[in-house]
Design a protein around this ligand. Structure first.
Ligand SMILES: Cc1cc2nc3c(=O)[nH]c(=O)nc-3n(C[C@H](O)[C@H](O)[C@H](O)COP(=O)(O)OP(=O)(O)OC[C@H]3O[C@@H](n4cnc5c(N)ncnc54)[C@H](O)[C@@H]3O)c2cc1C
Length: 388
């Protein structure tokens, strides 16, 4: 390891590894620091991604694909289900291996990766960031970097050290819990989503198959609602009811920032990517692919800035992110605000009208349109999505 790099990436999750890969591919010298002993572990994720999302970055590989799903099923509070038509494939990953592979792609491009490397501060000169302070295998070190990319996840501190406001409003923070179950009967090609006040108020509960007899069963509800009854409690009740004989092999809990992207993602030579920048889809809470897209753009821009000897160029990152996905996340945020208030009656209605649609019209958009047609009062809810 040297004592100076063009780009230092803090955190080796999907966003960090992708940032390191594209910065190195653009000609920058890159160091990625990961506080844990292993890249990709512990896993705190439902592990579902779309095929289209993955293939932008890596060829699908059976070693890190636990299940291939070509349908998803929405289950209403009354228990009725509808299976919208899905043009495309979804994967349930083995993230432990997937994250490893992403880090290997970064190494292949020339990035250096160090694990057990905890970054505890930034080096600054008159407010300008010039590197990081880290504890690497119990030794305190200072490493210079022209650009620092904060990919340190939902509990990010890099942004705050750089003077970026990364606070998530409590109403936008989802409290999540998940059990990985074994000994369960699940449809291996369907992603299940359960809705309703009793199951997951203001959020949803998922059952994602992980091959034969195994599944990630998880829940995300707003932190505000979780104060009255925890996400874990809702999940335990569901699992007791649906899978009383299952073995719980893993239990995890964590937060997901279902917010708009941070107002600032670039400051003082620091770029934020992934969960650290709130690049999660605010409706679904999915952040793997969107974080990788953020990482890719940040890596590219960082390398360009270094090659041009012009760090002012870093502002391009915020602009390109906004053009690529940021604007969509703003629309999704408004949709989230409207649908999180849907009553059980509205959800039942959506499901019922959707299930009566002919196969070719049974898409998510089609279900929405039919529900509106049958129940014009819902127009007010939908109008809220587009008029803030
Ligand atoms: C229960 C749950 C279920 C989810 N399900 C899905 C899903 O099905 N699909 C989906 O797309 N998304 C899902 N998500 C969201 C997804 O997990 C995240 O959006 C994604 O992991 C973000 O990637 P990231 O690289 O930004 O951060 P992370 O994957 O969190 O990686 C951050 C890395 O930074 C390291 N780090 C942190 N601080 C430091 C430091 N100071 N120094 C060095 N290293 C540091 C951490 O150890 C970690 O390895 C889920 C989240 C939760 C909590």
């Amino acid at each position: 390891m040297n004592d100076s790099y063009d780009v230092i990436v803090v955190g080796a999750g999907p966003a960090g590894s992708t940032a390191a890969r594209f910065a190195a591919a653009g000609g920058a010298s890159v160091l990625m620091l990961e506080k844990d002993r292993d890249v990709g572990y512990p896993v705190r994720c439902g592990e579902a991604v779309s095929h289209e999302g993955v293939v932008q970055f890596i060829e699908p590989d059976d070693r890190w694909i636990a299940a291939r799903c070509n349908r998803f099923r929405l289950i209403s509070p009354s228990g009725q289900s509808v299976i919208p038509r899905l043009d495309g494939l979804a994967y349930v990953l083995e993230r432990r291996i997937f994250d490893y592979e992403l880090a290997k792609l970064a190494v292949k491009e020339g990035a250096e990766v160090v694990t057990k490397a905890y970054v505890y501060d930034l080096m600054k000169n008159n407010g300008t960031v010039e590197g990081v302070r880290a504890t690497i295998k119990d030794r305190k070190v200072e490493i210079k970097g022209k650009v620092v990319i904060g990919a340190d996840g939902v509990e990010s501190r890099v942004g705050k050290w750089a003077g970026i406001d990364t606070t998530t409003h409590i109403r936008d923070m989802e409290s999540c819990a998940q059990f990985t179950l074994s000994g369960v009967k699940v449809d291996e090609d369907i992603l299940d989503f359960y809705f309703g006040e009793a199951v997951a108020p203001g959020g949803y509960l998922w059952v994602f198959p992980k091959g034969k007899d195994s599944a990630n069963v998880g829940i995300g509800i707003s932190v505000e609602l979780a104060k009255q009854k925890s996400a874990v409690r809702y999940l335990e009740e569901f699992v007791d009811r649906m899978y009383p004989r299952a073995a719980i092999l893993t239990r995890i809990a964590g937060g997901v920032p279902c917010a708009k992207t941070c107002d600032e993602v670039v400051k003082n030579n620091v770029l934020l990517v992934g969960d650290a920048a709130h690049q999660v889809n605010p409706v679904s809470g999915g952040g793997i692919i969107s974080g990788m897209i953020g990482g890719m753009i940040a890596g590219q821009v960082a390398a360009e800035a270094v090659q041009k000897h012009d760090l002012a160029h870093l502002v391009e990152y915020g602009k390109r992110w906004q053009k690529r996905l940021g604007w969509r996340h703003e629309v999704f945020y408004r949709i989230k605000e409207a649908i999180s208030d849907f009553s059980d009656e509205t959800l039942n209605n959506l499901c019922e009208s959707g299930s009566r649609l002919p196969d070719e019209k049974r898409t998510v958009g089609g279900i929405f349109r039919t529900a509106l047609w049958n129940r014009p009062s819902m127009l007010i809810d939908v109008a809220k999505v587009f008029i803030s």
